[in-house]
Design a protein around this ligand. Structure first.
Ligand code: HEC
Length: 112
Protein backbone atom coordinates (compact mmCIF):
# COMPACT_ATOMS: atom_id res chain seq x y z
CA UNK A 1 0.00 0.00 0.00
CA UNK A 2 2.78 2.37 0.98
CA UNK A 3 4.61 1.54 -2.26
CA UNK A 4 1.49 2.19 -4.28
CA UNK A 5 1.12 5.63 -2.73
CA UNK A 6 4.77 6.39 -3.43
CA UNK A 7 4.33 5.26 -7.03
CA UNK A 8 1.28 7.49 -7.46
CA UNK A 9 3.13 10.48 -6.01
CA UNK A 10 6.04 9.78 -8.36
CA UNK A 11 3.79 9.46 -11.41
CA UNK A 12 1.89 12.60 -10.51
CA UNK A 13 5.13 14.51 -9.99
CA UNK A 14 6.54 13.32 -13.30
CA UNK A 15 3.47 14.21 -15.33
CA UNK A 16 3.31 17.61 -13.64
CA UNK A 17 6.88 18.39 -14.64
CA UNK A 18 6.41 17.02 -18.15
CA UNK A 19 3.44 19.32 -18.76
CA UNK A 20 5.31 22.32 -17.44
CA UNK A 21 8.32 21.77 -19.69
CA UNK A 22 6.03 21.16 -22.68
CA UNK A 23 4.10 24.29 -21.76
CA UNK A 24 7.32 26.27 -21.55
CA UNK A 25 8.13 25.23 -25.13
CA UNK A 26 4.62 26.22 -26.28
CA UNK A 27 5.12 29.58 -24.57
CA UNK A 28 8.53 30.17 -26.18
CA UNK A 29 7.23 29.36 -29.66
CA UNK A 30 3.83 31.08 -29.52
CA UNK A 31 3.47 33.63 -26.74
CA UNK A 32 6.90 35.07 -25.96
CA UNK A 33 6.76 37.74 -28.67
CA UNK A 34 3.84 39.38 -26.84
CA UNK A 35 4.07 38.18 -23.21
CA UNK A 36 7.08 38.32 -20.86
CA UNK A 37 7.44 36.04 -17.82
CA UNK A 38 9.90 38.10 -15.78
CA UNK A 39 7.89 41.19 -15.00
CA UNK A 40 8.89 42.87 -18.25
CA UNK A 41 6.61 44.74 -20.59
CA UNK A 42 5.38 43.71 -24.02
CA UNK A 43 2.15 44.00 -26.00
CA UNK A 44 0.25 41.62 -23.68
CA UNK A 45 0.38 41.39 -19.87
CA UNK A 46 3.34 39.73 -18.15
CA UNK A 47 2.58 36.08 -17.30
CA UNK A 48 4.17 36.23 -13.88
CA UNK A 49 1.42 38.70 -12.92
CA UNK A 50 -1.22 36.64 -14.73
CA UNK A 51 -0.20 33.58 -12.71
CA UNK A 52 -1.32 35.42 -9.58
CA UNK A 53 -4.53 36.90 -10.90
CA UNK A 54 -6.00 34.04 -12.98
CA UNK A 55 -6.80 30.38 -12.48
CA UNK A 56 -5.25 27.78 -14.78
CA UNK A 57 -8.60 27.11 -16.49
CA UNK A 58 -9.09 30.82 -17.19
CA UNK A 59 -5.63 31.06 -18.75
CA UNK A 60 -6.20 28.02 -20.99
CA UNK A 61 -9.65 29.33 -21.99
CA UNK A 62 -8.37 32.80 -22.84
CA UNK A 63 -5.40 31.44 -24.79
CA UNK A 64 -7.64 29.20 -26.89
CA UNK A 65 -10.27 31.83 -27.66
CA UNK A 66 -9.27 35.38 -26.69
CA UNK A 67 -12.15 36.92 -28.61
CA UNK A 68 -14.77 35.27 -26.37
CA UNK A 69 -12.99 36.27 -23.18
CA UNK A 70 -11.52 39.76 -23.56
CA UNK A 71 -14.61 41.59 -22.29
CA UNK A 72 -14.96 39.41 -19.18
CA UNK A 73 -11.25 40.00 -18.49
CA UNK A 74 -11.79 43.77 -18.54
CA UNK A 75 -10.38 44.70 -21.96
CA UNK A 76 -12.25 47.03 -24.29
CA UNK A 77 -10.84 45.44 -27.46
CA UNK A 78 -9.09 42.24 -28.48
CA UNK A 79 -5.54 42.51 -29.80
CA UNK A 80 -4.54 38.88 -29.27
CA UNK A 81 -4.71 36.51 -32.24
CA UNK A 82 -6.53 33.16 -32.07
CA UNK A 83 -3.65 30.70 -32.20
CA UNK A 84 -3.93 27.41 -34.12
CA UNK A 85 -2.78 25.11 -31.30
CA UNK A 86 -4.09 21.80 -29.95
CA UNK A 87 -6.27 21.78 -26.79
CA UNK A 88 -3.48 19.93 -24.97
CA UNK A 89 -1.00 22.68 -25.89
CA UNK A 90 -3.30 25.32 -24.39
CA UNK A 91 -3.55 23.20 -21.23
CA UNK A 92 0.23 22.72 -21.10
CA UNK A 93 0.97 26.42 -21.56
CA UNK A 94 -1.59 27.25 -18.87
CA UNK A 95 0.16 24.77 -16.54
CA UNK A 96 3.46 26.49 -17.26
CA UNK A 97 2.05 29.98 -16.63
CA UNK A 98 0.34 28.76 -13.47
CA UNK A 99 3.67 27.36 -12.22
CA UNK A 100 5.36 30.77 -12.37
CA UNK A 101 4.04 31.72 -8.95
CA UNK A 102 7.01 31.50 -6.56
CA UNK A 103 4.94 29.91 -3.84
CA UNK A 104 3.69 27.19 -6.17
CA UNK A 105 7.27 26.51 -7.26
CA UNK A 106 8.15 25.95 -3.64
CA UNK A 107 5.26 23.54 -3.14
CA UNK A 108 6.20 21.49 -6.21
CA UNK A 109 9.80 21.20 -4.99
CA UNK A 110 8.62 20.12 -1.54
CA UNK A 111 6.74 17.14 -2.95
CA UNK A 112 9.89 15.38 -4.21
C1 HEC B 1 0.36 39.07 -31.06
C2 HEC B 1 0.48 39.18 -29.62
C3 HEC B 1 0.03 38.09 -28.70
C4 HEC B 1 0.37 36.74 -28.74
C5 HEC B 1 1.23 36.02 -29.77
C6 HEC B 1 -0.24 36.15 -27.56
N1 HEC B 1 -0.93 37.09 -26.85
FE1 HEC B 1 -1.98 36.81 -25.13
N2 HEC B 1 -2.56 38.75 -25.12
C7 HEC B 1 -2.11 39.71 -26.02
C8 HEC B 1 -2.68 41.00 -25.65
C9 HEC B 1 -2.41 42.31 -26.35
C10 HEC B 1 -3.47 40.76 -24.49
C11 HEC B 1 -4.29 41.82 -23.69
C12 HEC B 1 -5.70 41.84 -24.17
C13 HEC B 1 -5.82 42.53 -25.49
O1 HEC B 1 -5.46 43.73 -25.59
O2 HEC B 1 -6.26 41.87 -26.45
C14 HEC B 1 -3.37 39.35 -24.19
C15 HEC B 1 -3.99 38.74 -23.12
C16 HEC B 1 -3.78 37.44 -22.73
C17 HEC B 1 -4.35 36.83 -21.54
C18 HEC B 1 -5.24 37.49 -20.50
C19 HEC B 1 -4.38 38.05 -19.41
C20 HEC B 1 -5.15 38.67 -18.28
O3 HEC B 1 -5.24 38.05 -17.21
O4 HEC B 1 -5.64 39.79 -18.43
C21 HEC B 1 -3.89 35.54 -21.50
C22 HEC B 1 -4.19 34.49 -20.45
C23 HEC B 1 -3.07 35.35 -22.67
N3 HEC B 1 -3.01 36.51 -23.38
C24 HEC B 1 -2.43 34.16 -22.97
C25 HEC B 1 -1.64 33.96 -24.11
C26 HEC B 1 -0.97 32.71 -24.40
C27 HEC B 1 -0.99 31.50 -23.51
C28 HEC B 1 -0.33 32.89 -25.60
C29 HEC B 1 0.48 31.88 -26.36
C30 HEC B 1 -0.08 30.54 -26.54
C31 HEC B 1 -0.58 34.26 -26.03
N4 HEC B 1 -1.37 34.87 -25.10
C32 HEC B 1 -0.11 34.81 -27.23
C33 HEC B 1 -1.29 39.52 -27.09
C34 HEC B 1 -0.78 38.30 -27.51
Amino acid sequence: MKNLILLLILLYGTSLNADISKGKAVYAANCAICHTVNGGSALGPDFNIVSYTRAKEQIAGYAKDPYSHYKAFGYSANAMPTLPLEDQEFKDVADYIDSLQPFKKWMIKKKH
